[in-house]
Design a protein around this ligand. Sequence first.
Ligand SMILES: Nc1ncnc2c1ncn2[C@@H]1O[C@H](COP(=O)(O)OP(=O)(O)O)[C@@H](O)[C@H]1O
Ligand code: SF4
Ligand SMILES: [Mg+2]
Length: 322
Amino acid sequence: MLSIRGLDVHFPMPNGQVVRAVDGVSLSLKPGETVGLVGESGSGKTTVGKTVLRLVEATSGEIRIGDVDVRKASLKGLKTLRRKAQIIFQDPHSSLNPRMTIHRAVAEGLILNTSLRGAALHDKVSTILESMGLPAQFHHRYPHELSGGQKQRVCIARALVLDPDLLVLDEPTSALDVSVQAQILGVLKDLRITRPALTQLFISHNLAVIRFLCDRVAVMYLGKIVEEGPVEQVFEDPRHPYTRALLSAVPVPSAVKRPDRIRLTGDIPSPTDIPKGCAFHTRCPIAKKGTCDTIAPVPVALGPDRQARCHFADHTKGVGQE
Ligand SMILES: Nc1ncnc2c1ncn2[C@@H]1O[C@H](COP(=O)(O)OP(=O)(O)O)[C@@H](O)[C@H]1O
Ligand code: SF4
Ligand SMILES: [Mg+2]
């Protein structure tokens, strides 16, 4: 459904430096699959999401959504893409036009992309808003009259009303109050059942959320995917020290033993000056001098759909061997 191959997104800066926001990302999503993209702030997640929808231009690489080659799409192809692939952003407030009622906001996409008009249009919009937990008394209100959670429900309704094949969600609950986050996560979890064919790329820095919603997870660090696999496998048996560090930061009940707890120290380095060798070596607790700081690790296949980009990812070989 979505295939990303060797994607680079580099931003040249006025001072001559280059921000390597995305650096050789490959990722495939099967139809109906929900894949989480996780990593610290600044790792390049949003840039991947925006590039998929061509809201940001790639520097090189290939992106296909169904049979559309996103980077080479004609105007007509882009129009189809805008309907078939939708994105939901972190801040629902700035995603909505303040001068449009929410009914109108949801109708807008249908008016632009379909021939639906009149009562049929009205009914379709009302039905989807209601299915998102927004009863009729809300439909003619303006965004400022709604809570953050209600606004995010409108954004989800607006994306789904076009019946997309692909949904990119960029931290859709991060800007909301904790109590509201759980409700929106419930709405998103229900989509897995009510829209089984919908393919989703779910961007989040929150591993618990990814585990709750996703089939597979890809962990990003400084523009690269460093580990990828089915959520249960990655969470139970993380093979990249960065994934282990992220998981160590998730609070767990004290009764749960976690022998290989890794504390992540220091900040993520600047993407204008990515460390040589393994980009994680400046923060990696098991980095090996002479290897990790000079040789860039390639992804090591660890099973079907499972890989990690670390010289020591395959512990069947024993740490220290390659
Ligand atoms: N338009 C841009 N121009 C320059 N740098 C950018 C631009 N967009 C993103 N970046 C930089 O690219 C890096 C990755 O950003 P982003 O994709 O937003 O990461 P994330 O979503 O994981 O926090 C960051 O260092 C960010 O500052
Ligand atoms: S390659 Fe080396 S520095 Fe990189 S994650 Fe593995 S052990 Fe750490
Ligand atoms: Mg982001």
